[in-house]
Design a protein around this ligand. Structure first.
Ligand SMILES: Nc1ncnc2c1ncn2[C@@H]1O[C@H](COP(=O)(O)OP(=O)(O)OP(=O)(O)O)[C@@H](O)[C@H]1O
Length: 487
């Protein structure tokens, strides 16, 4: 075995195992690889190669064909079985193209002719390294997504939250019994920011489709024509801007789950196509000539009363019944009792860790204010509010004045001697007498508060403000707040 002197220091590089019985060549290769930043080791025979590979867990193996005893080609399947993640490159004698073809068929990712050209080797290793990094990154994100999407993420011990988790668990258990059969569509209902997406993710990542894609679309975030082409894709030339064929989200979700958020916002054209998808598991790309079959599970969510929308003929009844084979209702935060404080503490700890500061403790008055609040933006509002509070907190205690996001309700009542408060708007909070009444500044503050409560979601912020998305966009632009706001 040869390990170049500095190879362990360069351990940020990928591990390369050279299996070659030409000792001098293998040693020089190691020195070269080490200089390039790889961790390199050598083995002089097939058996030694397998043993070294078991220790090193190489990312790349440079495997010579002419080994004593057993050829590189016949070692290849054993090596692949033992080290499925390693990329194997066969080194062959000059001109043995047929051997190279056999090696590729046996699972080698590439081949190199001997004598080796170092520049060629370097380029090949760079290509394999970037493939490896990409795969590692994709695997990492998929794993992180799965880890942060379990049922345990749905915090809360209040009776309605326990009941919701029980229902989800029972649903997942019966899906396990279903095996390959089609899982039922689930409609998740609840106010904005209650955790509907978290429920959808828990259903996907807790079920048999967990290893497949979870694809989501917010039907309210895009104009109707775009929703249709995002969902179903389009053929080249289907409309003026369709310069290339585009694969839609429905196809991307093959084998997994498609989560349609804000389903109440889907326009009639999209509703017809979704119905066909739910009934026949078929869809057609825009401008396409034939239907395609797809295997996916549909999860949808809404904060709107779909049953009323059906009565008002704003939502198709047939689609509604197809979407809500199973119905889950996520309770508003104000109905979750002590969960409010437990969640507040959870978010304080989370944000304190993010901002690297000790978590402040809620004062008794702050706890009371949190309990009193109506939480129109639900858990999202609490989460964002706690971030703001942690950021602005001066000491170890978080008091009421650190909870500015709760609004002016907490302003102390004026004393009898002091000026009287201004009359309240219908159902709204009292404005303190010293309140800044400048209209544009008020508008700006109001919009910023709505954006903060809705987690920068334009659709929700517009709803909180009681105006359309377009009006909100127009006002954002006018006030120079254009950069803000998603959805
Ligand atoms: N029970 C919970 N425990 C911990 N975090 C939660 C809980 N419910 C919601 N959250 C957090 O609150 C935020 C909003 O949740 P989510 O996006 O799932 O809500 P939603 O109902 O889908 O919102 P929308 O109506 O905007 O689509 C997210 O950051 C989520 O992680």
């Amino acid at each position: 075995m040869t390990i170049a002197p500095t190879s362990r220091l360069a351990a940020s590089g990928l591990a390369v195992l050279v299996i070659d019985d030409e000792v001098a060549l293998a040693r020089n290769l190691c020195v070269y690889l080490d200089r390039l930043g790889y961790v390199a080791e050598t083995a002089g025979s097939a058996e030694e190669g397998l043993a070294r590979a078991a220790e090193l867990r190489p990312d790349i193996v440079l495997l010579d064909h002419n080994l004593p005893g057993q050829s590189g080609l016949s070692l290849l399947p054993r090596l692949r079985e033992q080290e499925p993640a390693a990329r194997i490159v066969l080194m062959t004698g000059h001109g043995s193209l047929e051997l190279a073809v056999q090696a590729m068929k046996a699972g080698a990712v590439d081949y190199l002719s001997k004598p080796l050209v170092l520049g060629e080797l370097k380029l090949l290793l760079e290509r394999l390294s970037s493939q490896q990094r990409l795969e590692t990154a994709v695997g990492y994100y998929a794993q992180r997504e799965a880890q942060s999407s379990g049922l345990d993420q749905l915090r809360g011990e209040s009776p309605p939250m326990r009941a919701l988790r029980d229902r989800i668990e029972r649903l997942l258990a019966s899906e396990r019994q279903l095996g390959d059969a089609e899982a039922p569509a689930v409609l998740i209902q609840g106010e904005t920011g209650t955790g509907k997406e978290l429920v959808a993710r828990a259903l996907h990542y807790g079920g048999p489709r967990a290893g497949q894609p979870f694809v989501e679309l917010n039907c309210g975030a895009l104009p109707p024509q775009l929703v249709e082409s995002e969902l179903f894709g389009h053929e080249r030339g289907a409309f003026t801007d369709a310069r290339e064929r585009k694969v839609g989200l429905v196809e991307t979700a093959e084998g997994g789950s498609l989560f349609l958020d804000e389903i109440g916002e889907a326009d009639p054209g999209v509703q017809v196509k979704l119905l066909k998808l739910l009934e026949d598991r078929r869809f057609r790309r825009l401008g396409g000539l034939r239907d395609q079959r797809v295997d996916l599970r549909i999860l949808s969510a809404t904060h709107q009363p779909l049953d009323t929308m059906v009565q008002q003929q704003r939502f198709r009844a047939d689609l509604y019944y197809r979407l809500r084979i199973v119905e889950l209702v996520v309770p508003p935060l104000r109905e979750r009792g002590d969960d409010i404080l437990a969640l507040a503490e959870h978010f304080i700890a989370l944000h304190a860790k993010r901002y690297r500061r000790p978590p402040p403790r809620l004062s008794v008055a702050a706890e009371a204010a949190l309990r009193r609040h109506r939480w129109p933006g639900n858990v999202r509002e609490l989460r964002n509010g706690m971030e703001q509070a942690v950021l602005l907190a001066g000491g170890t205690q978080l008091d009421v004045d650190g909870l500015g996001f709760l609004g002016p309700m907490r302003t102390p009542e004026p004393t009898a001697a002091g000026p009287q408060p201004l009359p309240a708007a219908e159902g709204g909070p009292l404005l303190p007498p010293e309140a800044d009444l400048h209209l544009e500044r008020m508008e700006r503050r109001h919009i910023e508060t709505a954006l903060a409560r809705s987690g920068d979601n334009i659709t929700h912020a517009a709803r909180l403000l009681g105006i359309s998305r377009d009006t909100l966009r127009y006002r954002l632009e006018r006030l120079g707040l254009r950069g803000q706001g998603g959805g």
